[in-house]
Design a protein around this ligand. Structure first.
Ligand SMILES: NC(=O)c1ccc[n+]([C@@H]2O[C@H](COP(=O)([O-])OP(=O)(O)OC[C@H]3O[C@@H](n4cnc5c(N)ncnc54)[C@H](OP(=O)(O)O)[C@@H]3O)[C@@H](O)[C@H]2O)c1
Length: 329
């Protein structure tokens, strides 16, 4: 069946400016870390991408190693782009990354210029693209000089292989230096991608302030703590959940009684707000204007439809916020 995007897809979403750049992103972006590999059902991947695009989601986030096997999410995404999204490339923001282990030998990991340039060339080939919109360094490298990694990002933009660059998982100190270097090179950092959710709040200790001061956007990943911040684990571990899959990064032993206790209490507050817990967890991040977009994952179309409803209420009363704080402590 051929795919025609919904004509009204841009009518319901308020796009957010990414830092002080010219680029706007949807408040919810779709990540392809899980559920888009060769181990997954391609037709489901297609349905998820169709629904996302039909709902006004224009931003799709990948990395060289997403799968499994590594690289297969980019291959599947490329296949679906060719099949269904011909003519829509200019309406999409596609990102990829390099920084984790990808291939054997000394040039397939971390942050050398050799690795970053080769890896992006491979990613472009897998996706069948001539450029990505955002290319990230996926994690800081303690051994490669920061100058080399930042110069590689600048080079990639000058080569026309990426329009913008981003940093992921950089703590405040490294981010401060990297942002300054990129600005001096003439390729200012567009966006930072940190792990941030109700259960993971390190960015509140200075990173968000830095990004605001520097005019850099912020796109939290795993905003639902890989599915913990939903109602799915309240009655045990469902067979089709990430925690039950052998290749899932969420392990069953991370679904602890302490977490479940918090999840139950948060779930009760969400219900009082007429939201699902997933909606409230996303809204809780989006209440902060420094957050450009939340980068979520989904395994089923219904999860995405559910999540999108969060946009109807991203406001919290002082009382709700303080009750949430008490639970999270
Ligand atoms: N930069 C980095 O280092 C880094 C690291 C990790 C992720 N990321 C990026 O962030 C993206 C999102 O990460 P994530 O997948 O961990 O995000 P997440 O949104 O925290 O978790 C996604 C999972 O939550 C569950 N879920 C989502 N919506 C739901 C709903 N409405 N109701 C019930 N369950 C729901 C699904 O679990 P089930 O699969 O169990 O159904 C889904 O797979 C990745 O795809 C990737 O692009 C980046």
């Amino acid at each position: 069946m051929s795919y025609t995007p919904a004509p009204d897809r841009y009518q319901s979403i308020a796009y957010r400016r990414c830092g002080r750049s010219g680029l706007k992103l949807p408040p919810i972006s779709l990540g392809l870390w899980h559920n888009f590999g060769h181990v997954d059902v391609l037709e489901n991947c297609r349905q998820l991408l169709h629904l996302a695009f039909d709902s006004g989601i224009t931003h799709f986030d990948l990395a060289n190693n997403y799968g499994p096997p590594p690289g297969s999410a980019e291959e599947n995404f490329g296949r679906i782009l060719r099949q269904d999204f011909q003519g829509y490339r200019d309406q999409m923001i596609i990102s990829t990354k390099a920084g984790y282990y990808m291939w054997e030998g000394p040039y397939g990991d971390w942050g050398s210029k050799k690795y970053l340039v080769s890896s992006l060339d491979q990613s472009l080939q897998r996706m069948g693209l001539s450029y990505v919109d955002i290319f990230y360094h996926h994690r800081p490298d303690p051994d490669t000089p920061l100058e080399e990694t930042m110069t590689a990002l600048d080079l990639i933009v000058r080569q026309g292989k990426a329009l913008y660059v981003g940093l992921s998982n950089y703590p405040v100190e490294e981010a401060t230096k990297a942002l300054q270097m990129l600005r001096e090179l003439g390729t200012p950092c567009l966006i930072h991608q940190p792990k941030y959710s109700m259960f993971e709040r390190w960015v509140e200790g200075g990173l968000l302030d830095l990004l605001e001061k520097e005019g850099v956007g912020c796109i939290p990943f795993s905003p639902l703590a890989q599915g913990l911040l939903t109602d799915k684990y309240l009655e045990g571990i469902p067979a089709d959940s990430r925690a039950a899959k052998p290749h899932g990064f969420l392990k069953a032993n991370q679904v602890t009684e302490d977490k479940l206790n918090k999840i139950r209490q948060l779930h009760a507050i969400a219900r009082q707000r007429d939201q699902t817990l997933a909606q409230m967890a996303l809204a809780w991040l989006l209440k902060d204007p420094r957050v450009t977009s939340v980068l979520m994952g989904v395994s089923k179309p219904a999860q995405l439809s559910d999540a999108l409803q969060c946009l109807t209420n991203t406001r919290f009363s002082e009382e709700e916020l303080s009750r949430i704080e008490t639970i999270l402590q």
